[in-house]
Design a protein around this ligand. Structure first.
Ligand code: SME
Length: 160
C-alpha cells in the first residue's frame, strides 16, 4: 500500500508537489485504472486544502459518467457541452471558474461549491474523461493548482 506523508505544516506548493509525487508512486505500483483513479482522488483530497469534491468523470458512449471521487454524492451523467465538465470536453481545455454562480450552465452537485477546476484527460488523443475539483471558496484555484493538476493529469495519461 502507498505510504503517504502527513500534509500538516506544508506550504500549498509543497502539498501539491507531494500530491504529484504520490500519484507517480501510485501509477508505478499499480496498472489497474480504477484503482489508480480511486487513490488519485484520495491523494488530491489529502493534499489540497479547502475543497469539497474531487473526482473523475469518464467518457463512455459519448457522455461523461461519474467515476471514483471523494465528496458528497454527485450527478451520474453529464452531456458534452453541459456544465463545467462538459465544457472542458467540448473545448478540449482546462476550465478554471472563479465563481460558479456566474455561469448559466454550471451543474450544482453540492450547493456549497463556489469555484471549480476541470482538467480534460486524453488517451492517445481521444477524450478519456475529466478531473473535476470543487471548492466552497470563491476563486480558490490559481495558476499554481492548475499547473500541478495539469501535470498530474499528464502522468495519469501516460499510464492509460
Ligand atoms: N459542477 C460540475 C458537475 C459535477 S459536480 O461538481 C461533482 C459541472 O458543472 O460540470
Amino acid at each position: 500500500m502507498l505510504e503517504t506523508k502527513d500534509p500538516k505544516g506544508m506550504t500549498a506548493e509543497k502539498k501539491l508537489e507531494s500530491a504529484l509525487l504520490f500519484t507517480k508512486a501510485q501509477l508505478k505500483n499499480e496498472k489497474d485504472t480504477l484503482a489508480n483513479l480511486s487513490n488519485i482522488s484520495a491523494i488530491i483530497n489529502m493534499y489540497m486544502d479547502d475543497i469539497n469534491w474531487v473526482g473523475f468523470y469518464l467518457m463512455k458512449e459519448g457522455t461523461l459518467i461519474l467515476g471514483p471521487f471523494q465528496g458528497k454524492p454527485a450527478c451520474n451523467r453529464i452531456a458534452v457541452g453541459e456544465g463545467v465538465c462538459g465544457t472542458a470536453v467540448q473545448e478540449r481545455k482546462t476550465q478554471r471558474v472563479d465563481d460558479v454562480l456566474s455561469l448559466d450552465n454550471h451543474i450544482a452537485c453540492d450547493s456549497a461549491s463556489r469555484s471549480e477546476l476541470v482538467v480534460p484527460i486524453y488517451k492517445e488523443g481521444v477524450i478519456f474523461g475529466v478531473l473535476d475539483i470543487d471548492s466552497p471558496s470563491l476563486a480558490r484555484f490559481s495558476d499554481l493548482e492548475q499547473t500541478y493538476m495539469e501535470k498530474l493529469v499528464n502522468l495519469l495519461e501516460n499510464s492509460l
